[in-house]
Design a protein around this ligand. Structure first.
Ligand code: 21W
Length: 267
């Protein structure tokens, strides 16, 4: 049960951004328990000029600056020496989109060297020669790769066995079941006039499980129909959906028996 720690080495010009990140919650615990190994390398430490410059103007002109190749190459080679089996990943808006599947892959790998770009981008010769993979975290524009690296580390770490705590079950995640989670309630039983559903107080675990699956399904249908369309449904799930279907059809049928007048019918 004692796999090797997943290594994350972050290359950045802002290593201080990661200090609070390592020091809280599940990430902190995973480091303490040696489930993950985390460190930063300051790209600026691999500059050789007096002013420790990491960016320069683009060849061909234009606005914005480009991350220089030499300091980045030095930093990447230093990281690859420390973690020779880890993949070198460049965080960039042009990369393939990070996903729960990629998180699972990374959680069972040796780890990753996460290269955080700043400015308009990194010198193309870096991506061509020293990078194994390019990753984006979604279609919106950030100021650099640092938050992307944190998101990847966060999502991967909770999948490393022994970090999630007592239950240790990432299996219940919506991306594993293909459904959004059921509603959650805790004390008090009545809050500002809203009560906890009776079934959850009943102690009937079979009914509770059934209720949770039903609410999971309906929430997924209402909020994320795309997930429901992708999912392969179990016979029980199909039964639940069929029951709703019949319930809705009955309401429509009863309406039509009342005549097809357009008045609201609530008078
Ligand atoms: C943002 C660098 C935009 C370059 C056309 C011409 C890493 C990121 C980043 C950044 C540009 C990730 C432009 C999702 C992200 C990141 C900094 C391009 C604008 N368009 N995932 N010039 N989104 N972003 N510059 O931004 O480094 S992972």
């Amino acid at each position: 049960m004692k796999g090797k720690a997943v290594k994350f080495i972050v290359l950045t010009i802002f290593p201080e951004m990661f200090d609070p990140f390592w020091e809280h919650g599940m990430i902190k615990r995973a480091i303490e328990r040696k489930k993950i190994f985390a460190s930063t390398i300051n790209i600026r430490d691999f500059t050789k000029d007096k002013h420790r410059v990491t960016d320069d103007r683009p060849y061909g002109g234009g606005s914005g600056m480009v991350m220089k190749a030499e300091p980045l190459a030095g930093a990447i080679r230093a990281a690859q020496k420390k973690a020779p089996l880890a993949k070198t990943v460049l965080l960039t808006p042009q990369g393939r989109c990070f996903s729960q599947n990629i998180a699972h892959e990374m959680a069972s790998s040796d780890g990753a060297i996460l290269v955080c770009g700043r400015y308009e981008g990194v010198d193309e010769r870096i991506s061509h020669h020293l990078i194994d993979d390019e990753m984006s975290i979604g279609d919106y524009v950030l100021t650099g790769g640092e938050l992307g690296a944190m998101i990847i580390i966060d999502a991967v770490t909770r999948l490393v066995p022994g970090t999630l705590g007592s239950e240790d079950s990432a299996e219940n995640d919506s991306f594993s079941t293909g459904l959004l989670e059921h509603a959650h309630y805790t004390r008090p039983r009545s809050f500002e006039g809203n009560d906890v559903p009776d079934v959850l107080i009943s102690g009937n675990h079979k009914e509770i499980e059934k209720w949770r699956l039903e609410t999971s399904l309906i929430r997924t249908f209402l909020k994320r129909r795309d997930l429901l369309e992708k999912k392969s449904l179990s016979p029980q799930e199909i039964d639940i959906l069929k029951k709703w279907c019949l319930d809705i059809e009955k309401i429509i049928h009863d309406q039509s028996l009342r005549g097809s007048d357009t008045s609201s019918g609530t008078q």
